[in-house]
Design a protein around this ligand. Structure first.
Ligand SMILES: [Zn+2]
Length: 108
């Protein structure tokens, strides 16, 4: 599991670098395509945010592995179902707590 997360992190870092390289490409100030370019940048930016969020989750999961808390729900302390971890390696909560969390967000 640890190896898988580290491999995933490397893959995401690489993707993020490519995205950042795209963002840094200077805009052509005189181009009539400028509006389209800015739009493209927004899309790229959103992709970057997604990758960054995922990286943060993987980092947190790796930290839980280091501290021996991986696979334990951060909310109720129960062991997280193995199938859930296999589908979603950086889940920090068991399925019940994740579901409860979603419900409370919807309620508020
Ligand atoms: Zn729980």
């Amino acid at each position: 599991m640890r190896k898988r997360l580290i491999a995933k992190r490397a893959e995401l870092s690489e993707r993020l670098e490519r995205i950042n390289a795209n963002i840094r490409r200077p805009l052509d100030a005189n181009s009539t395509e400028r509006a389209q370019e800015i739009e493209d940048h927004d899309v790229v930016d959103a992709l970057g945010n997604e990758a960054r969020e995922e990286l943060a989750k993987i980092g947190a999961a790796l930290q839980r592995i280091e501290s021996g808390k991986f696979g334990v729900c951060t909310t109720c302390g129960e062991v997280v179902d193995r199938r859930r971890l296999e589908a979603y390696a950086y889940a920090k909560e068991c399925i019940e707590c994740a579901r409860n969390g979603e419900v409370s967000i919807l309620d508020s």
